[in-house]
Design a protein around this ligand. Sequence first.
Ligand SMILES: N[C@@H](CCC(=O)N[C@@H](CS(=O)(=O)O)C(=O)NCC(=O)O)C(=O)O
Length: 213
Amino acid sequence: MLTLISATPSPYARKVRITLTEKNIPFTLQTEVPWDSTTQTPQYNPLEKLPVLILENGKEAVYESRFILEYIEAKYPDTKPMLPPPEDVDARLFARKVEVLADGICDALVLLFFEKQRAEPSKEWQARQLRKVDGGLAALAKWVEGKDYIVGDSFGLADVAAGSVLGYLRVRWPDHPWKERHPELKAYSDKLEERQSFKDTVPSPQKISDKIV
Ligand SMILES: N[C@@H](CCC(=O)N[C@@H](CS(=O)(=O)O)C(=O)NCC(=O)O)C(=O)O
């Protein structure tokens, strides 16, 4: 069986958890804190980041969430597709562009999270990351406006990625004003959170024992 190394707050890991659930692919969840000395992540990913998908042989692993999702889509073609059909090239590329934007917002949020933990956090660096978060959310809001799903008329990769970053904001930065600023994003996120795959993967904070920054 597949094993997914994950972390409770991870929006990147949540994308994989949602996708495996939506495609009814069974997997074992291995929850870790990647910064703690107890983590097994470096044994499977030299970049020391989770999520990591450990394959059925228990040895080979796939890492980097975007690639993990591409791997799943390629290896499990008979289950519910997360992308439009191959002939719809532009729609497939747009779905991946949405994932790039959503992951980029997560990247900025992660950098902000750690900057705030430094002895002397840089105001300029925080302002730069916040600009990326707010600019990214504005772009996402435009793509979501008036739609149930971002690409076409069915749930897919773009919604997995967009839903994961919005769910991450809810747990990592609960007082960020995105819901008031973009009511259409809030309505879209609320609807996604009703899906069983989202209910099964609600993120939560984690306790990091080791000093990181
Ligand atoms: N681009 C990577 C980012 C993954 C990532 O940053 N993971 C964090 C954990 S979390 O932020 O998702 O909770 C990590 O393992 N960080 C460990 C490290 O950076 O050494 C992906 O999409 O998989």
